[in-house]
Design a protein around this ligand. Structure first.
Ligand code: 5AD
Ligand code: SF4
Length: 420
């Protein structure tokens, strides 16, 4: 029996999908890369923007056509959209076999068991596929920040930190399996707290473990990123030189309406503090364009912030109305035409900035961890500590190794060079 999982949305979902795959493999199923070959297909959904929901429904539409000719096909829907729109999915897509929301993720094994071939427990074999280079480890679930545009606190529930003993066990297992890089996940890792251990404490505990060489984390909230954490990153060389620090808007009026709990000036002070304490850090950010009430002046403030701060990378999202959020009820919606125009203006400008920032790497030889190898094209995909993708040609598969590459070419979001 073969299964296929399509993952939409954030790294948290990638992590949950990995866990589902691990369970299915342990129950004798094999993973396939083409849903047309599968006997069980699962879409792990995202609800952060309307476009992600649309993607899930069109995929389900295509799977229905397959199921018409292959009635035994098991179709499952998991994740955030499955959490808050379970009823709608069940009415719109009657052919779906199970719907399991993000909050009920722990019930996955129970839910799918009835679709799996009967095996006696002794024949269960452990997770055997070759180890990946990095592993996502969820350290917190949910979010209690209630940014006014965001659906996450409603679908994933309140913020909950996971027991650090469980996290440490997961890290130990990962490095024993050959994982080279640990990526800690939470909607706001800066507010991690379990039995008196905060996020800095957790980082210290993880980096003290044998064989842990590289640690990343995401995502941060400017209101909670502490001086103590900045200090720890500065001195702890196992922590990668990258901080994703969503700004969302450069206008104080919009930040207030978004319920972000900081002003642009506070953000800028924090940003400069990080840059001064950790000179080789790469700071990336998220921006939402077209939040209700965003005027030309508000947009100008965001545009100027992007020019002034010079992010290493910027993710720019068009505001998407999410049901039941406070922003959904706000007046002064920005027309889509204006959102598109502002989006293009900022995207073009920020791409020039990111490219210029990457240009400082030209002719430099940098250390990268190889993540993937394409044997057909003989190209390798790697990442440096600053989280920039680096491509290079190689005759050998160097996946999992740290190698030196001399950078010859840069793009806004990636670079390429020669293996040294
Ligand atoms: N519309 C557009 N973008 C959103 N994000 C969250 N909610 C919305 C929404 N309703 C963006 C934020 C967040 C990123 C993960 O997604 O910028 O940081
Ligand atoms: Fe959403 Fe804000 Fe929580 Fe991030 S911090 S998940 S944007 S509510």
């Amino acid at each position: 029996m073969k299964f296929y999982i399509e993952t939409l949305g954030c790294q948290m979902n990638v992590n949950d999908s990995d866990k589902m795959a691990e369970f299915l493999v342990a129950n004798g199923l094999t993973r396939c890369d083409d849903y047309a070959d599968a006997d069980m297909v699962i879409v792990n959904t995202c609800s952060v923007r309307f476009s992600a929901e649309h993607k899930a429904y069109s995929l389900l539409g295509r799977w229905k056509e397959i199921k018409d000719n292959k009635p035994n096909l098991v179709i499952g829907v998991t994740g955030c959209m499955a959490q808050y729109a379970a009823k709608e999915i069940k009415t719109r897509c009657k052919y779906v076999d199970f719907v399991l929301g993000a909050k009920d993720f722990e019930k996955f094994s129970k839910t799918v068991k009835r679709f799996l071939p009967k095996t006696n427990s002794s024949s269960l074999h452990p997770f055997t596929h070759s180890p990946d280079v990095f592993k996502y480890i969820t350290i917190m679930r949910g979010c209690s920040n209630f940014c006014s545009y965001c659906i996450v606190p409603y679908v994933r529930g309140p913020e909950q930190s996971i027991d650090y003993n469980i996290i440490l066990d997961e890290v130990k297992k990962a490095v024993n399996d050959g994982i080279k890089e640990i990526i800690l996940l939470g909607q706001n890792v800066n507010s991690y707290s379990y039995n008196g251990v905060n996020f800095t404490g957790l980082l210290q505990k993880i980096s003290a473990l044998d064989n842990v060489t590289r640690i990343r984390f995401m995502t941060n909230h400017p209101k909670d990123l502490s001086d103590e954490l900045i200090e720890e990153i500065a001195v702890n060389k196992k922590i990668c030189r990258h901080i994703h620090l969503p700004l969302q808007s450069g206008s104080n009026d919009i930040l207030k309406a978004m319920n972000r709990k900081y002003t642009y000036e506070q953000y800028e002070t924090l940003y400069n503090k990080i840059k001064n304490k950790i000179p080789d850090i790469n700071i990336t950010s998220d921006i939402i364009i077209g939040f209700p009430g965003e005027t030309d002046k508000d947009f100008e403030a965001t545009f100027n912030a992007s020019r002034k701060l010079q992010f290493g990378g910027l993710f720019i999202f068009k505001y998407s109305v999410r049901p039941n959020t406070p922003a959904a009820k706000m007046g002064n919606k920005v027309p889509l035409e204006i959102i598109k125009k502002r989006h293009t203006l900022l995207l073009e400008d920020s791409n020039i900035i990111s490219k210029k920032i990457n240009e400082k790497y030209i002719d430099n030889t940098i250390e990268v961890l190889v993540e993937r190898y394409n044997a057909e094209t003989k190209t390798a995909e790697a990442r440096n500590s600053q989280n920039i993708k680096v491509f290079f040609d190689s005759d050998k598969d160097l996946t999992g190794q740290v190698v030196n590459v001399k950078i010859t070419k840069v793009l806004p979001n990636s670079m390429s060079g020669k293996l040294q």
